[in-house]
Design a protein around this ligand. Structure first.
Ligand SMILES: Cc1ncc(COP(=O)(O)O)c(C=O)c1O
Length: 414
């Protein structure tokens, strides 16, 4: 999408909803560029959490009193809201609330993988998977004797789709791919991967942790079988996220956790399972968090996800262009005009942690490390990178502040 196609976000006005961005450290106003790790929470979402606890709080589905009924309705409607936000026409039945992307991956890996995978089967991942997918499938595959195979990442930081075509075979049962890489900023052709998987009667799980916050997502258009995201990366609270699953698959799957709320009828000998999605939400669920996540979806939709995407891309391109002006800086991933809103980079002779520490002296918050993609970093030939990631409230001036602080670090280590 061209950034010229849509009306730019009114960033100045958006920033008024985020008082945390006014905080100062040693006289410097914070420049928050760690959004791929977690985003800040706007006032309407904070208000939703507070109002929920002030006015509505009760346990859901087990009370006939007014508060429980109100809490139940708000919680159930939050599922419909998130289903709609990612394009799932099956509404709440196709939207399970989880703790986040990691738990969604574990849910499917345990509830589907342990039962459906067996020796000789293959799970196809990409070399740019986050550990939440990579480690989970690795361990489940080990338990059942299945093999994990990896689609190559090309030198330009994009996925080698031809290699995916070679790897995905009749033995493939699951393809699990990240939609937007949290290290490279690459946007993967997940629709194409879904077609490849389905051509071989395999399923596809899409990790949308960095995609749902940054672009319009339509799970049905992608034809994803499962699609996961985290609330705290899209202006929502921590501790809640979503797992979209095609209804027939969720119906066929065994539960992940057992206990209250997920059952229909229990005898001393056996139990039957509740309707979707409650079958996968054992125990007291994430009520306040889910309701607040729904408010975050409203906030983003009011901004317009196409405008959010355009802003992300503009920030990333500007940062990419400024960073590549330095001869001693290497930026990883696709070119500036073909990536989502983050840049991972290294500076010759400067460890990423030292860089992050000097940037912190300027109150510029970035992340340094392997960003939960150790095998990818091994491939890139570096132990750690520095990552700046942008969101709806970031400005070009903040990118300039990043560049200024980086220049300072370069002088110190020169
Ligand atoms: C691409 C990707 N997948 C999965 C995750 C895990 O998300 P969470 O920690 O919210 O479960 C992250 C978090 O950084 C991510 O960036």
């Amino acid at each position: 999408m061209s950034t010229q196609d849509v009306e730019p976000l009114n960033v100045e006005q958006i920033r008024e909803d985020f008082p945390i961005l006014q905080r100062e450290f040693d006289g410097n106003q914070v420049v928050y560029l760690d959004n791929a790790a977690t985003t800040q929470t706007p006032e309407p979402v904070v208000d939703t959490i507070c109002n929920y606890y002030r006015q509505t709080n009760a346990n859901v589905h087990r009370g006939i009193h007014h508060l429980s009924q109100e809490a139940s309705i708000a919680y159930e409607e939050a599922h419909d809201r998130l289903a709609e936000f990612v394009g799932a026409s099956g509404e709440r039945e196709e939207m399970v609330f989880t703790k986040g992307t990691t738990e969604a991956l574990n849910l499917v890996a345990y509830a589907w993988g342990l039962n459906e995978l067996s020796e000789g089967d293959e799970v196809v991942l990409t070399e740019m998977e986050h550990h939440s997918s990579l480690v989970t499938w690795q361990q489940i595959a080990r338990k059942v004797g299945a093999e994990v195979r990896y689609v190559r990442v090309d030198d330009d930081g994009t996925l080698d789709v031809d290699h995916a075509r070679e790897l995905i075979s009749e033995d493939t049962e699951m393809v699990s791919a990240v939609h937007v890489s949290n290290t490279l900023g690459a946007v993967n052709p997940v629709g194409e991967l879904a077609d490849l998987a389905h051509d071989h009667d395999a399923l596809i799980f899409v990790d949308g942790a960095q995609a749902v916050p940054t672009r319009p997502v339509d799970v049905e258009d992608i034809d994803a079988d499962f699609y996961a995201f985290s609330g705290h990366k899209m202006l929502g609270p921590t501790g809640v996220g979503g797992l979209y699953g095609k209804k027939h698959l969720l119906e066929e799957m065994e539960p992940f956790n057992y206990g209250g709320e997920m059952i229909l009828r229990v005898t001393k000998e056996d139990a039957t399972w509740n309707d979707l999605p409650w079958k996968f939400e054992a125990g007291t669920p994430l009520i306040a968090q889910g309701v607040a996540l729904s408010a975050a979806a409203d906030y983003l939709e009011d901004l317009g996800m196409d405008r959010v995407q355009a802003h992300e891309e503009e920030m990333a391109e500007y940062a990419y262009d400024r960073l590549t002006e330095f001869e001693d800086v290497t930026v990883y991933g696709p070119p500036g005009d073909d990536r989502s809103g983050l840049v991972s980079f290294t500076i010759d002779g400067v460890h990423a942690h030292d860089l992050a520490s000097i940037l912190n002296d300027h109150a510029v918050a970035i992340r340094a490390g392997h960003h939960c993609t150790q095998p990818l970093h091994e491939k890139l030939g570096v132990a750690a990178t520095a990552r700046a990631s942008f969101y709806v409230y970031n400005t070009r001036e903040e990118v300039d502040a990043l560049i200024h602080a980086i220049d300072d670090a370069r002088q110190i280590f020169a």
